[in-house]
Design a protein around this ligand. Structure first.
Ligand code: KG4
Ligand code: ZN
Length: 360
């Protein structure tokens, strides 16, 4: 097991959860770590009253990926209207809100700073508690929203554009990282492969769409194993294998069927993700397995994971696709458990682009 990361100050969590169940805690949450400007109102961590997402995808598509400077400027433009919309959709005003939550890392520093500055300003002006939230903790907590019965402990596979982690959620706010990627994140591999076969940005959904028309057994792409930790991942090999395959087809003048490349690549990535997660669950005796992050909206991964979990008698959880990709409802869900544990951020809260899970 690598990197056991625990956070202090969260003892007696279950007792605190019970003591707080009678009061409705309404959290206004803000997310701006990458290319979505988002705000949501979440009550008691699981009841989403509004979830507003302003996506910058069409803007960044022009450049084939996220341009950090453009992302920050767009967040500044959108953040106030998005918050106003979130309050209005929830039929609330700032007077109804108990706390402000914001993603403070990891992510693009300029993008994070917009959300953090906004949250601090609201918190100061309205005298509301401020809670800085880890983006990955948010992704994991997205599972609580539609699965009311889900509580720790469980295993969670976090697969996004920047992260691939197999995490043991020991308790609310208490995480042990069993495995992580040694190179590219799963979503990053989807994005790079999509670009190389000319599908454009964002790669994940485009690969998934093309793969539906392709044969997943057409090309035998490698499934990498990392020898010193069976739960670590590596996706740079499969990405290079796709590039080599494309180059060799071009050199030999043979036809490239991009649907087959997409389907075979997607299957290779999903096979590894499923195998690692299931063997982790078996090894650690986990009866519940969840997935989270943008790649968790991929239907090949969801169906494969559902089947594998059913075979092993493990309960499988996943958020709806809209709660898999970046959103603020997941930040509000994570923030609730911080709030009831007494975690508060000060005026010195800052953007931390490389924040590690379990760190404060
Ligand atoms: O969680 P997310 O919205 O942002 C980060 O925190 O990174 O994840 C975005 C990533 C991108 O790499 C995107 O290509 C990938 O998730 N993604 C998908 C799908 N939808 C989004 N990957 C595979 N299949 C999808 N359907
Ligand atoms: Zn994310």
């Amino acid at each position: 097991m690598t990197g056991v990361l625990l956070r202090s100050g969260l003892k007696k969590m279950n007792k605190l959860v019970k003591d707080n169940t009678n009061k409705e805690i309404k959290i206004l949450a803000i997310e701006s770590s990458c290319d979505e400007t988002a705000a949501a109102v979440v009550v008691n961590g699981r009841d989403v009253r509004s979830n507003v997402i302003s996506s910058q995808v069409p803007l960044h598509t022009l450049y084939g990926g996220v341009v950090p400077e453009i992302a920050s400027r767009k967040h500044i433009e959108k953040i106030n209207p998005v918050i106003k919309q979130a309050l209005s959709d929830a039929k609330m005003t700032f007077d109804d809100i108990d706390a402000i939550a914001v993603t403070y890392g990891p992510g693009l520093v300029g993008a994070l700073l917009v959300g953090v500055a906004e949250a601090k300003a609201i918190s100061f002006a309205r005298k509301l508690p401020l809670i800085g939230v880890h983006h990955i903790e948010g992704h994991i907590s997205a599972n609580y929203i539609e699965n009311k019965e889900l509580e720790p402990p469980f295993l969670c596979l976090v697969v996004s554009g920047g992260h691939t982690h197999l995490v043991h959620v020991a308790d609310y706010g208490k995480y042990e990282i069993l495995g992580r990627t040694r190179d590219d994140a799963a979503g990053e591999a989807f994005d790079k492969v999509a670009r190389s076969i000319g599908l454009g940005y964002p790669g994940g959904p485009k690969i998934e769409k093309a793969a539906r028309e392709g044969d997943a057994d057409a090309i035998d792409f490698p499934r990498a194993k990392v020898h010193d930790n069976p739960y670590d991942f590596s996706f740079s090999g499969v990405k290079s294998a796709v590039l080599n395959y494309l180059n060799s087809c071009r050199m030999k003048n043979t036809e490239i069927v991009s649907e087959d490349v997409a389907a075979s690549f997607q299957k290779a990535v999903c096979d590894v993700l499923i195998e690692h997660a299931i063997s982790g669950a078996k090894q650690f005796g986990a009866k519940r397995l969840a997935i989270a992050g943008g790649v968790a909206s991929n239907s090949c991964l969801r169906e494969g994971m559902r089947e594998a979990c059913a075979k092993e008698g493990i309960s499988f959880y996943h958020p709806s696709p809209i709660l898999c990709t970046d959103n603020a409802a997941m930040i509000g869900a994570a923030a609730y458990y911080e709030y009831i544990a007494g975690v508060r951020s000060g005026w010195d809260l800052n953007a931390v682009p490389n924040l590690k899970l379990g760190e404060r």
